[in-house]
Design a protein around this ligand. Sequence first.
Ligand SMILES: [Zn+2]
Length: 262
Amino acid sequence: MNIDDWVNERREVDLPLNRTQCEVDFFVNARFHQIRYDDLLRHHYPNRRNHNYNLAVGCGIDVLAFYIPFHFHSAPRPWGIYIKDDGVSYLSQRFSQTVHQRIPLPPSATNLALINLLLHELGHFGVEMLYTELENVPALAQNNITYENHANEKITNPQVEHNEEAFCNWNVKRQSKFFKLEVENVEIDYYPIIDEFMRTQPLGYRDFPEISNLNYGNYVINNQVNLFHNDVNKTKFRRHLGLDMATRPYPKVPIYLVQSLP
Ligand SMILES: [Zn+2]
């Protein structure tokens, strides 16, 4: 089955096993609508002084953005990447405050915030696509390697969840070229700010520096790295992790802007 098959299947998603506390908390009082990336860039983000976010514990950066998989979705909450509007302003303010005095501010710290959020959430999408690919390998049918099993394992075994979060932040690091922005005709690399920020996130999230091009398979397919090496199309996998998946004119991953009630 592919994305469309899963979407058309319209499975009932609200199985307690598959809903994490992070997801429940994220959607409290949330209103959202689908949005294109260009409109995300143009959006006027609310400027609230007292952001009530603590990214050092619990769900890390996933309190600002969240990924709903196509395996488990329902009509009122379709699959895709959800981004909180005041989460973007929280992050851009935080980045602006960290920028060293000698380094000019980027034209808009909003770009840095959006790219950081999208690359992390695309990590979750990539993991789901990887399991979908394995589900479709007939020879593996008896191994019961499914996204559903993986999702359940994340809840019962915190290490599995930590590994996925570390992988998602590694995906941000892996594509650090997107944090190089031109300011007054000079290219400035803002990635060090993002790196520092990711190291302040909870266990798992902050473990991304342990990951490399050689061991990332261990982090996405736990304890079965042989399957990753033998049965996964690496080129396709890396494409799914790219910013293009969410930002090109006809994206594969829908984006939703979540307006938080003040
Ligand atoms: Zn995450």
